[in-house]
Design a protein around this ligand. Sequence first.
Ligand SMILES: Cc1ncc(COP(=O)(O)O)c(C=O)c1O
Length: 397
Amino acid sequence: MQIPLYENTILAEEKQAIYDVVESGQMSFGSKCLAFEDRFATHLGAKNAVFVNSGSSANLLAFFALANPLVKLPDGQRRITPGSEVIVPAVTWSTTIWPIIQAGATPVLVDSDPRTLQMKSESVEAAISDKTVGICPVHVLGNSCDLDFLQDFASKNSLWLMEDTCESLGGKWESQFLGTFGVAGTYSFFFSHHITTIEGGMITTNNDEFAELLRTLRAHGWTRHLKNKDKVEKQHSDIDPRFLFINTGFNVRPTEINAAIGLIQIEKLGRFNERRVQIANTWNNEFSELIEAGEIIPNTPTTKASPVFFGYSAICKNTETRNKFKDTLDKAGIETRHIICGNMARQPAFKHFEHRVAGDLDGADTIMDRGIYWGANPGLSDEQVNYVTKTVKDFFN
Ligand SMILES: Cc1ncc(COP(=O)(O)O)c(C=O)c1O
């Protein structure tokens, strides 16, 4: 039996939608992208959503917006300027951190808790300096950072929060969706994520001016697709409004094909996530003795989190056991991954770029050296779930 990390959810309905877009001849950014943005924002209860071509691009735009001279932040909050520091967990994906560096800030890496996989509040507290301008919480593998602490800490210290929610779309802290707590939240629709547009990403924000800035940065620095386009154009009536540039920018636009898929997938998000949770709960129950005996530590929900498990993760007693466990799962056809990039501070790229490590990263090392995860994707049948249960139990017994 094969248990893939993720399965194709682009089925008949999505294929028809792709076909229809191609037939229509309107394939570059247009009304479907705008409709998907509206639908996504409504679903999450955010005021604005800005669609881009990947989760990495979402982070890129968010941090460049936070460094832009035209950004307007609430009183007391500071934009990124050269030398500013941004606190970020060491356990994350690379493109959470690269855009912080690219935007001119110094990432300050903090430790994560092997039980929850999330950044430790006490490490965040210890990492602050007079150069800190913001925090980038990353909601790892479907769970959530402690948003009570982060909101309180950020507000007391006049810091912004930019939530990387690329691994936790649909997860909540109490009754509020992750990604909607700070100045912005970012999401990924890569093939293996909670919903997919093949490649794709989104940024949500409740700040209308921030959303306009993101829209400008998304496409060339021009005014096309701005909500207040007419007003801006009137201010520059001497320039052809079709080619009016008001800021710097990139081109990280998605296509109508991505949006057409997204419009169908967003309606399936709730059902997909329910199945993810059901699968993870099944394994938590089945492995309860292993968990109690300390053989494995599963991804444990943070106090007020309703997680949407990206995969099922386990921290083993030591690296040797993890490696043997991985070999056993591989041989049984169960696809595995280590827990995202592990402790990013150990990645060679950091030799070349300024960064700061705040305190020890023992938890991040544990996650890197002893952690593993496999798929909890909604396409798994009960038979496949039972097969994984048996393989895991056989290994530890
Ligand atoms: C935490 C996190 N941030 C950002 C990204 C980047 O998303 P994308 O692959 O869509 O560029 C990922 C990708 O998996 C991720 O896990």
